[in-house]
Design a protein around this ligand. Structure first.
Ligand SMILES: Cc1ncc(COP(=O)(O)O)c(C=O)c1O
Length: 388
């Protein structure tokens, strides 16, 4: 394993966040003494079941849902699959044959499309604007009583821009369709306070590791009365929607992370803005206008003529962890599907870099990162001149 740089700056919180100390402490007993199976009727089993119930109670309080409306999964990916494929399977015989997905959704949503098609549904992608926000006008014009489900993410994980989910839910409901939102990036995000009632979505999916909880744990909110077919057949756990012995330790950790974030306050000053100003001064082009509502820690930029891959490698060497939406496959970098959907060219879509600051970020950290960014650009510029 690579040795961590002593003074590394981690600016990839949209990818994942560090486990918080209180979460670790809450989880530890479940690695040792608390090994009972929550389905067992004896005291050891009941203890584990109580721990899950307590986490569910905290989660449902944070979501504003009923206790029974919040179900645990193995993460945001499984939760979104359950929301979309579970709805499709449940309604296989329905006369509603269309499912609409935002064109810049996370792959856990977009990659359900082949299975949906195999199930006989027509999948249409809802276009997004230049800032990766889903086009509500398109939806208005293309919704009809054939639509079973609309899936629109609450915030885009690359650009950080927010969609008005209430508007999309109202539109979907006006034609009798269901609305799913992938809220992995916005659940308990700094400065954002929402409950499921505000979104009015029928299915909302979240993940623990974006809020300093453990990886491999997530949840789905299913509005009472909404039915999905389980994707994992098993012993009737999670109200018969998701079989398998529960990940007690992970669920306890998720509950602890939620509890910690529920009491958190967000300062007015945002260190991200310092990084944005400094990035602009060294030639960055912003993907999101500064007055567009977006996630507080996100900054998505590109530097014309510089591939994200090159910049990220140099930044990494200088101790900065950032990322791009451009996936690396068989040794070459693929353009970001979000940037392509937002109308960028193939070349531009290889240039997008995302810095995502944590909730405890400081101005000093942002300034330090900006210094290293400037240094990275200088090094790349020098290397380019030498190679000419
Ligand atoms: C918007 C969004 N949806 C879903 C996921 C997947 O969540 P998980 O990693 O818990 O499967 C992520 C994680 O990167 C995400 O950013």
């Amino acid at each position: 394993m690579a040795k961590p740089h002593a003074d590394r700056i981690y600016l990839d919180h949209a990818a994942t966040t560090p486990l918080s100390e209180s979460v670790r402490e809450a989880m530890l007993p479940w690695l040792s003494g608390g090994f009972g199976n929550p389905s067992s009727l004896h005291a050891d089993g009941r203890r584990a079941k109580d721990a899950i119930d307590s986490a569910r109670e905290t989660l449902s309080r944070a979501l504003g849902s009923l206790f029974a409306e919040a179900l645990f999964t193995s993460g945001g990916t499984e939760a979104a699959n359950l929301a979309i494929l579970g709805t499709a399977l449940q309604n296989r015989e329905s006369s509603r044959r269309r499912i609409l997905l935002g064109a810049a959704e996370h792959h856990c949503v977009l990659n359900t499309a082949p299975t949906l098609s195999a199930l006989g549904f027509q999948v249409d992608l809802i276009p997004v604007d230049r800032q990766a926000r889903v086009d509500s006008q398109w939806l208005k014009e293309n919704l009809d009583d054939q639509v079973l489900l609309v899936s629109v993410m609450h915030a885009n994980n690359e650009f950080g821009t927010l969609n008005d989910i209430r508007l999309f839910a109202d539109l979907a409901h006006s034609e009798g369709a269901l609305l799913h939102t992938d809220a992995v990036q916005t659940f308990l995000a700094p400065g954002l306070k929402w409950k499921v009632q505000d979104l009015d979505a029928d299915l909302v999916t979240v993940s623990a590791h974006k809020i300093n909880g453990p990886k491999g744990t997530g949840a789905i909110y299913m509005r009472a009365g909404v039915k999905v077919k389980p994707l994992i057949a098993g012993g009737g756990q999670e109200r018969e929607v998701r079989g398998g012995t529960e990940n007690v330790m992970g669920i306890v950790g998720f509950g602890a992370a939620v509890a910690e974030h529920l009491t958190e306050t967000t300062p007015d000053a945002n260190p991200r803005d310092h990084l944005r100003e400094r990035a602009l001064s060294v030639g960055a082009l912003l993907s999101v206008d500064s007055d567009t509502p977006m996630l507080r820690g996100h900054l998505h930029v590109r530097f014309p003529g510089i591939d994200a891959e090159t910049l990220l490698i140099v930044l990494d060497r200088l101790g900065v962890s950032a990322s791009s939406g451009a996936a690396c496959s068989s040794g070459s970098i693929e353009p970001s599907h979000v940037m392509l959907a937002a109308g960028y060219s193939q070349d531009e879509a290889k240039q997008g870099v995302r810095f995502s600051l944590g909730r405890k970020a400081t101005v000093a950290e942002a300034e330090d990162a900006a210094d290293r960014l400037a240094e990275a650009l200088t090094q790349i510029g020098t290397a380019k001149r030498k190679s000419r």
